[in-house]
Design a binder for this molecule. Structure first.
Ligand code: SF4
Length: 70
């Protein structure tokens, strides 16, 4: 299977300098290991705070709903 890194980069909102950008399989695995979610689960203004915890995700969804995820 061909890696879709270039296409994925067009959806990536991560502002952190990271070599996993666009490599979603590595990205989600690395965050899952430490109880987090990738940047794309957060709105841009929250993402840039780098708190990618599940708790922060739940807080955001409770406050804003899931419309921003589309
Ligand atoms: S969300 Fe995390 S793993 Fe993914 S590109 Fe950003 S910093 Fe890297």
């Amino acid at each position: 299977m061909e890696c879709k890194k270039e296409k994925n980069m067009s959806y990536c909102n991560c502002s952190y300098p990271c070599s996993s950008k666009g490599i979603c399989c590595d990205c989600i695995a690395s965050h899952k290991r430490i109880g987090e979610l990738p940047a794309c689960y957060f709105p841009d203004d929250i993402e840039k705070g780098y708190d990618r915890s599940v708790r922060n995700f739940i807080n955001v969804v409770q406050e804003r709903g899931t419309g921003y995820l589309r």
